[in-house]
Design a binder for this molecule. Structure first.
Ligand SMILES: NC(=O)c1ccc[n+]([C@@H]2O[C@H](COP(=O)([O-])OP(=O)(O)OC[C@H]3O[C@@H](n4cnc5c(N)ncnc54)[C@H](OP(=O)(O)O)[C@@H]3O)[C@@H](O)[C@H]2O)c1
Length: 380
């Protein structure tokens, strides 16, 4: 339906005297599409909410290195469609997967606003039903696309309210990464007390959380990390053995894993490094052991001849978080577990840095340069 501005303004005047603030904000979202100037909404004369028509965002038009990340301040604010929320992001997460979409390792259509997670305030609801009872002003964490932006239209089914005890920053430092490591340790391979586990990149965004989850499950953890500072960090989390796989001494990390496990090898390897470690991981796993490849920080694992698995009867998994949280039930189940761990302090987050959105190139450069520990965040 086409609405001209006069018609729209009269609709809004009538509506504001009769309907809920949520409906007014929905109408305002439509108005944002018609109006070039920012709008102010008055709900019962007590609260003013303004949704501009343009926003800051990071856009990728072509594949390449960090330099293809374009910071722009003239991107249209999205209009929430049926089943969506419009979230004003307070913080967005930077994940290694963002680099895969930037380089083209994982396909996605371009131009694209990168970013798979964020936290902020619900400022508008799309039309239609509201099965999860979100309200304007709710503080939410979400998983979808287009997070490197001031505003994101988020499917409500992929958003959750953040408990009061958890800040937006801590929620996102633990959100995509924390959900991933919990699913890896509980579903991909159910870690048992006493299991020997080899975890690569143990000081990274996912690794920092995974080390803690593995220790809490009673595993004996062998972590790898690049450089003495990272090694010290992983040790401080209670890892049993930590190997600096970039040092001269740690280069033969497979031998060290064998020594630590009396020649047996580990029950499970969690390998997100990929190209540089996959062969060693295959050597370091025990007979009847499991290898979980869940990332490609150094490049993808090449096509694997299945015959390589038979001498030790090895099982291989190649999971992704999104496959474990497809339904609302699954998503809520793991989010509840994560938030309980964060609230109780059993799981601690580490924020490497909060970069202003304008400095996104630096964030990607640092992440791929192996200069970071814990999680990188962007402030839109
Ligand atoms: N499957 C899933 O659902 C899922 C979900 C989340 C994350 N992941 C994967 O988990 C991994 C970690 O993600 P993250 O966002 O938390 O990143 P991150 O661990 O903070 O950063 C990647 C780390 O990988 C290590 N690394 C080893 N070789 C590298 C190389 N050639 N270039 C760059 N880094 C290298 C570096 O640690 P060192 O210097 O210590 O080696 C680096 O800090 C990624 O592979 C990601 O794709 C998968």
């Amino acid at each position: 339906m086409y609405l001209n501005r006069t018609h729209f303004n009269s609709l809004l005047r009538t509506a504001s005297s009769k309907v809920t603030s949520q409906s007014v904000v929905r109408l305002a979202a439509i108005r944002a599409q018609l109006n070039p100037s920012p709008i102010s909404l008055f709900s019962h004369q007590t609260r003013t909410m303004s949704i501009p028509t343009t926003m800051k965002a990071v856009v990728v038009e072509k594949l390449g290195g960090p330099e293809v990340l374009e910071f722009r301040s003239d991107q249209p604010v999205p209009t929430p469609q049926e089943g969506q929320l419009l979230v004003k992001n307070n913080i967005s997460g930077v994940n290694y997967i963002d680099t895969y979409f930037r380089t083209g390792l994982y396909p996605s259509s371009k131009p694209e606003i990168l970013g798979r997670e964020g936290a902020g305030t619900v400022v508008a609801l799309g039309p239609g039903s509201n099965p999860y009872n979100f309200k304007i002003g709710d503080r939410v964490a979400w998983l979808t696309t287009s997070g490197y932006a001031e505003y994101t239209a988020v499917p409500a089914v992929k958003a959750v309210k953040i408990p009061d005890e958890i800040t937006d920053e801590d929620a996102i430092a633990g959100f995509l990464s924390g959900l991933t490591v919990i699913t890896l340790a509980k579903e991909t391979y159910a870690v048992q007390k006493g299991d020997w586990v080899l975890l690569h990149a143990a000081a990274g965004g996912a690794g920092f959380l995974m080390t803690q989850v593995l220790k809490s499950l009673g595993a004996k953890v062998i972590g790898t990390a690049g450089g003495p500072e990272k090694v010290a960090l992983v040790k401080s989390l209670g890892a049993d053995v930590v190997i600096d796989y970039r040092s001269e001494e740690g280069k033969d990390w497979v031998k060290k894993v064998k020594e630590a496990t009396d020649g047996r090898g580990v029950d499970v390897v969690y390998d997100s490094v990929g190209k540089d470690t996959w062969e060693g991981s295959l050597e370091a796993v025990k007979r009847k052991g499991t290898i979980v490849w869940f990332g490609n920080a150094s490049g993808p694992v090449p096509p694997l001849p299945l015959a390589k698995l038979s001498p030790k009867c090895v099982k291989v998994a190649r999971p992704t978080l999104f496959g474990y949280i497809e339904t609302r039930e699954e998503f809520e189940f793991y989010v509840n577990e994560l938030f309980a761990l964060l609230k109780s302090g059993q799981l601690k987050v580490k924020i490497h840095n909060i970069y202003p959105l304008e400095q996104v190139i630096q964030a990607h450069t640092d992440l791929e340069g192996r200069k970071t520990t814990g999680k990188l965040l962007l402030k839109p």
